[in-house]
Ligand binder design. Structure first.
Ligand code: 5GP
Ligand code: ZN
Length: 145
C-alpha cells in the first residue's frame, strides 16, 4: 500500500471504481477514460511501480488472471481481439505508477492506429540483437528456468 497511489486508494475503496473482478491479490476495473469499449485495468493489490520492479511471485499469480479477465471482457463486449499491455516509465506513457495491465478490446475496423513500424537493415538488426543478448548474465538466465 502506497498512500500517494491512486490505484492503492481504489483497492481500499477510498476512490470508487467500476469493479469487474476482485480476489485476495488482484483487482480489475473499468478505465475511467477508455481507449475502446470495455477497456479494463488489471492490478495486483501488492503495490509496485511497474512490471520491471514487481516481484516474480506477484507476476505468477497475476498473469493467469490477466488472461481469464481478458477472456471475460472479450465475451462481454463481443470483441474480435484484445490488446494486453503495460506501460513502464513516463517515456512509455505511464501516468499511474502502480503496475497495471491494460485490456483494450479491439473491433474490426475500430480505426485505432497501428504501431508505426519502420524498416531496419540486417547489419543494424544483428548488432542490436547481440547487444541485447550480452545483457543476460548467467544468473538472470538461471532465474528464468
Ligand atoms: P498508464 O498511462 O499509467 O498506463 O495508464 C493509466 C490509466 O489509468 C489511464 O488509461 C487512465 O485513464 C486510467 N485512470 C487514471 N485515473 C483513474 C481513476 O481514478 N480511475 C480509473 N478507473 N482509471 C483511471
Ligand atoms: Zn499503489
Amino acid at each position: 500500500m502506497n498512500s500517494n497511489c491512486i490505484f492503492c486508494k481504489i483497492i481500499t475503496g477510498e476512490i470508487p471504481s467500476d469493479k469487474v473482478y476482485e480476489d485476495d491479490s488482484v483487482m480489475a476495473f473499468l478505465d475511467i477514460k477508455p481507449v475502446s469499449r470495455g477497456h479494463v485495468l488489471v492490478i495486483p493489490k501488492n503495490h509496485s511501480a511497474d512490471l520491471l520492479s514487481a516481484d516474480n511471485e506477484t507476476l505468477k499469480d497475476l498473469m493467469p488472471k490477466v488472461k481469464q479477465i481478458s477472456q471475460a471482457v472479450m465475451k462481454a463486449v463481443n470483441a474480435q481481439g484484445i490488446n494486453v499491455s503495460t506501460n513502464n516509465g513516463a517515456a512509455a506513457g505511464q501516468i499511474i505508477f502502480h503496475l497495471h495491465f491494460h485490456l483494450i478490446p479491439r473491433y474490426s475496423k475500430d480505426g485505432l492506429p497501428p504501431w508505426p513500424h519502420h524498416e531496419v537493415e540486417l547489419k543494424t538488426r544483428t548488432e542490436l540483437a547481440e547487444k541485447i543478448k550480452e545483457k543476460f548474465t548467467p544468473d538472470t538466465i538461471t532465474s528464468l528456468l
